[in-house]
Design a protein around this ligand. Structure first.
Ligand SMILES: *Cc1c(COP(=O)(O)O)cnc(C)c1O
Length: 455
């Protein structure tokens, strides 16, 4: 089919997509939280296309049954948000509008991105000195932040890494108690090497760095530049580094403070949890996710830094046809950029500060409820206290194989999806609550599924 011939079918194609989405979302809560995909045979590229409507039909017939309810209420693996109604609408419109967000000056879309960054700063209680920009997720946000930190650290040693590379530099240490796997991925991408990440001891029975141990390590560097990577929401347990202590240490020793707050930054929305983020405004850079607790569709992340000059040194794209102004393409790895801000703008406008306060406090309450249920269960016990929205637990008795059997049984059962972890050498499971659909009614379902999977 000639592509232009499909133009007259546009409304019908969008209506078919709306029907598909409506039917999917209508039954989302009955769909298996996760499933093992059935084997399928790959189709060949058609010589003559099917047209948009038929393509939707074929997709639905072949694949729809194999989609999980990962945006539903009981997919508690990893840290997985869903899409609020307004965010989903915003994402559809982002595709329909299909704006180019590289450069200012040819559309209002970059203005919307800047406005959205302002809304997020306000949601998180961040100072206006933080510049922010949308990227694809917290991993990419960590890459941008650490690349900027690397540029700063090398600058202090008299080297412009963006121009000359790392070749003449000693290793720049990245210090943290519980750096997320994406921090290691980031330093690998950045040519600093995974070996530059030093795990500093944590406080007893905590997943938060021991400030005393960090102080000693920083003192031993004797003024050499270092990057401290703090966790605001450790991924296994939701524990938080003490940002007041860490920021004071960084100031004293002249180190860069990066905060990975992929989901934990949303503690700022709940007055009962906001305390966990005290000291945040002294950070040099912050990474967070849109597709977790903000509940916008994949993929969406945000990076904040207070060092635009170093950031732009790394990411500027120089070419005669690209502007040299303050365009957003000079702040991120991407040159071409999606209108990612729109779903975030929509959901923030639609539900406001109080909507997110309710969501965050509800998720934390649900995590506590599940934690209480685990603590009194016959088969399971908690591995760590519930600090925020994550429940980390294990079978009271049993090895890795038994734990894996529980995971597979849950997968086949479909009521709830959980992902494994290892905590203090013990094979465990985690449940992370960030989805706007999850409610009190889900807790007994989860506990029952867990009890059934244990026997
Ligand atoms: C999820 C997560 C990341 C990585 O985020 P992506 O969105 O998967 O790129 C980084 N840090 C923490 C603490 C996370 O929970």
């Amino acid at each position: 089919m000639d592509i232009r011939d499909d133009r007259s079918n546009f409304s019908d194609i969008l209506a078919a997509a709306l029907t598909a989405a409506d039917e999917f979302l209508e039954r989302l809560e009955e769909r298996p939280a996760a499933l093992r995909p059935p084997p399928t045979e790959a189709m060949n590229l058609p010589e003559d296309g099917l047209g948009g409507q038929q393509a939707i039909e074929v997709f639905r017939q072949r694949f729809e049954a194999g989609l999980s309810a990962s945006s539903g209420p009981r997919y508690l693996g990893f840290v997985t948000g869903g899409s609020t109604p307004a965010a989903l609408a915003g994402d559809w419109l982002a595709a329909a509008y299909d704006q180019n967000l590289s450069n200012d000056g040819d559309s209002i879309a970059t203005t919307v991105e800047r406005e959205t960054i302002g809304l997020l700063r306000s949601l998180f209680g961040l100072d206006n000195s933080f510049e922010g920009v949308f990227v694809s997720g917290a991993t990419q946000a960590n890459v941008v932040a650490l690349a900027t930190a690397r540029q700063w650290a090398a600058d202090r040693l008299g080297v412009d890494v963006a121009a000359d590379g790392l070749w003449r530099l000693p290793p720049i240490p990245v210090l943290g108690g519980t750096p997320h796997a994406s921090i290691l991925k980031a330093v690998s991408i950045l040519g600093m090497g995974r070996g530059c990440v030093e795990h500093v001891p944590c406080l007893p029975d905590r997943q938060a760095v021991d400030p005393q141990a960090l102080a000693e390590r920083l003192a031993a560097l004797d003024g050499a530049p270092a990057i401290v990577s703090a966790s605001a929401g450790e991924v296994n347990t939701g524990d938080f580094d003490d940002l007041v202590e860490l920021s004071e240490l960084c100031r004293h020793h002249g180190a860069w403070l990066h905060v990975d707050g992929a989901f934990g930054l949303f503690a700022a929305c709940d007055p009962e949890k906001a305390e966990l983020l005290r000291g945040l405004n002294a950070a040099d850079s912050i990474a967070t996710d849109g597709h977790k607790w903000l509940n916008v569709p994949y993929d969406s992340g945000i990076v904040f830094t207070r060092h635009l000059e170093h950031q732009e040194s790394v990411f500027k794209a120089v070419a005669a046809y690209l502007g040299a102004g303050p365009d957003l393409l000079h702040r991120t790895p991407e040159n071409s950029r999606r209108f990612r801000a729109l779903p975030a703008w929509m959901t923030l406008m639609a539900y406001g500060r109080s909507g997110y306060r309710e969501l965050v406090s509800r998720c934390c309450r649900l995590a506590r409820r599940l934690g209480d249920g685990i603590a009194t269960s016959e088969h399971y016990e908690l591995l760590a206290p519930v600090h925020l929205d994550i429940v980390c637990f294990a079978l009271r008795k049993g090895d890795v194989e038994r734990r894996d059997r529980v995971i597979y049984r849950l997968l086949d059962d479909g009521r709830v999806y959980l992902t494994p972890t290892v905590f203090d050498g013990r094979p465990g499971l985690r449940a992370a609550f960030v989805n706007w659909r999850t409610g009190e009614e889900d807790i007994p379902v989860i506990l029952e599924a867990l009890a059934d999977a244990a026997v």
